[in-house]
Design a protein around this ligand. Structure first.
Ligand code: TPP
Ligand code: MG
Length: 586
């Protein structure tokens, strides 16, 4: 690395070097003057890749997408003022989704804060309540003490960011002119402070707390499961390598069904899927089924299930013993039914239990689940196959066939994430399924998906609603700037389709104006402006061809499926009715 020209560059160089030593490989940033020493230091660092975008809000989500898919901490660097404030939505999502996002905000020096200096806002604790750690740094001091401090602080921040549980952290970095690397005095510093530890080790290495449950905990859990045949394993959003195999092994031993949403990664992959229930949404809606399938014990993994129907099923049985396994942070138990929260690594828990328990012979409980699952699956398949018109639910069913192996699917919030859960069937393909379910915002979806595309190293398909797409149109710039490949399936129902499923729709008053919000936008020129290709399809054959061609061609490929919100809600009702008829007629 080159010699720093002045104390500011010595200090900022040490900071970014230490981020790299601690696992950061990507620094996302937007242009700014105050942040120049950090931007240039990151840009100069041979181990770091910089991603420059022009809009901080989208940049934050792009960084979030990179961090999510790479499972590494990613830095999002802004200049001072509202630029820094624009990181808040991505920080909030990272907080609730457990993503190691490092907000690096450049600030004016302390003495001008609160004295009318330009572009100076309250940046200290700007993300309070949504970060695991924050620090307002002193002005760069590049002597031995200052450099030891900044390296140590970077290690400390990354330790918090990486978890468990992972989450966002904030370093606010005041900087004083000169902000460019003009020659100036550089105080002498010891070699480890100036150049870092030998062998690229972090200045302060840290240990990840062991996530294994204790012997005693495993024994007690095993006792609960041993004596109860009527158990259910519920898998919410979770993206942990090894988990699908581990939970399948456990299910095989205890003989419980695995109610798994796609975001748990348990529905798609080469692991044993024989006990996975991929039609929970349809099945548990059928009147009487939730009672027939009353569990004695519920073993939960991952975040709170996306499906309201699955949530309702869980909360309808508070008398069952609910065990929630998670890695720390807020308890995923909004209905307050958990009897035991086990703070441990889910893979460890599954493996330890599977080893300890005797395999159980399948009895009436499993046979009932299995029978109902087959009936629901078959009814859904028939229904979807017979829908000739564009139906949002069928898009996900079609995708199971269209996805390359391996691939990544990113879904927008609102109906896409729900329809993915309701209609995406089990498949042996490796398809990683991601969404911003931390805070379920419809903002930042395009940017996050492009961040995912930047690091996935495999084809990525985004399925997103039109309002969400509009919300983050700016984010499309990343596709053009970085030459990213992304197939976007745009479910264009001209407004918020989700509201047609809510009581507002029946109430009617002001519905279109306040909730449905038709905008009449044709996105084609916008997509073309960003260098993308835009296709609108209405026949299923054309849809398949457009997606396949989009995957082959690379670049930004948008496939618009135009639907009608009212008809879409009706088709959902018809699908549930078809399943109900099949299940009740058994
Ligand atoms: C940032 C943000 N603003 C508002 C909402 C409330 N909201 C939830 S869904 C939705 C409509 C989304 O429409 P679209 O993306 O087209 O999906 P669709 O409902 O049609 O499936 C809105 C406004 C939200 N979740 N996040
Ligand atoms: Mg919509």
């Amino acid at each position: 690395m080159r010699e720093p020209e002045n104390a500011t560059y010595s200090f900022c160089g040490a900071l970014v070097d230490e981020l790299w030593r601690g696992g950061v490989r990507d620094v996302c940033l937007c242009p700014g003057s105050r942040s120049a020493p950090l931007a240039l230091s990151a840009w100069r660092h041979p181990g770091l890749r910089t991603w420059t975008l022009l809009d901080e809000r989208g940049m934050g989500f792009f960084a979030l997408g990179l961090a999510r898919v790479s499972r590494r901490p990613v830095a999002a660097l802004t200049t001072s003022g509202t630029a820094a404030a624009n990181l808040l939505p991505a920080v909030v999502e990272a907080c609730f989704a457990g993503v190691p996002l490092l907000a690096l905000t450049a600030d004016r020096p302390h003495e001008v804060r609160g004295f009318g200096a330009l572009q100076t806002i309250e940046q200290v604790r700007l993300f309070e309540g949504h970060v695991k750690f924050s620090a307002d740094l002193p002005l760069p001091e590049a002597d031995d003490r200052g450099l030891r401090f900044v390296r140590s602080l970077a290690s400390r921040a990354l330790q918090e960011a990486c978890g468990p549980p992972p989450g966002p952290v904030h370093l606010n970095v005041p900087l004083r002119e000169p902000l460019v690397p003009v020659p100036g005095p550089v105080p002498p510093a010891s070699s480890d402070a100036a150049r870092g530890r030998p062998g690229n080790a972090p200045y302060t290495a840290w240990c990840v707390r062991a996530g294994a449950p204790s012997e005693q905990e495993v024994a007690e859990l095993a006792r609960w499961l041993e004596r109860r045949e009527r158990g259910v394993i519920v898998c919410g959003p979770l993206d942990r390598p090894g988990f699908p195999e581990a939970v399948a092994e456990l299910a095989g031993v205890v003989g419980y069904p695995v109610l798994a949403e796609p975001l748990s990664q348990v529905r798609a992959g080469p692991h044993d899927r024989s006990q996975v229930v991929d039609c929970g949404e349809a099945l548990l809606r059928v009147p009487g089924v939730a009672e027939t399938l009353a569990p004695e014990v519920v073993l939960r993994f991952g975040a709170t299930p996306t499906s309201r129907t699955v949530q309702a099923y869980l909360s309808a049985h508070p008398g069952a013993y609910h065990v929630v396994v998670h890695e720390g942070g807020p308890w995923p138990d909004p209905d307050h039914v958990a009897g035991w929260v086990v703070h441990a690594d889910p893979v460890h828990v599954c493996r330890a239990l599977a080893q300890r328990l005797e395999p159980r012979a399948r009895g009436e409980w499993w046979r009932t689940w299995s029978r109902l699952r087959e009936a629901a699956r078959e009814a859904l398949r028939r229904f979807l196959q017979a829908v000739p018109e564009p139906f949002e639910g069928r898009v996900f069913w079609e995708l199971a066939d269209l996805l390359p192996d391996p691939s990544v699917v990113f879904v927008g919030n609102s109906m896409p994430v729900r329809d993915l859960d309701a209609f995406f069937p089990c498949t042996g393909k490796r398809a990683r399924m991601l969404a911003n379910r931390g805070a379920s915002g419809i903002d930042g979806v395009v940017s996050t998906a492009l961040g995912v595309a930047a690091a996935a190293g495999q084809p990525v398909v985004l399925v997103v609603g039109d309002v969400s797409f509009y919300h983050d149109l700016n984010g499309l710039l990343a596709a053009r700037r970085f030459g990213l490949d992304l197939v976007v399936v745009l479910l264009h129902n001209d407004g918020g389709g989700v509201f047609s499923f809510l009581p507002q729709a029946e109430h009617g008053e002001g519905f279109e104006e306040l909730f449905g919000t038709p905008h009449g936008l044709d996105f084609r020129p916008a997509v073309e402006m960003f260098g993308g290709r835009y296709r609108r399809v209405s026949a299923w054959e054309d849809f398949r061809e457009a997606v396949r061609d989009g995957l082959r061609s690379g670049g930004l490929q948008v496939v618009e499926v135009r639907t009608d919100r009212r008809r879409n809600a009706e088709l959902h009702r018809l699908a549930w009715a078809a399943v109900a008829q099949a299940v009740q007629g058994m």
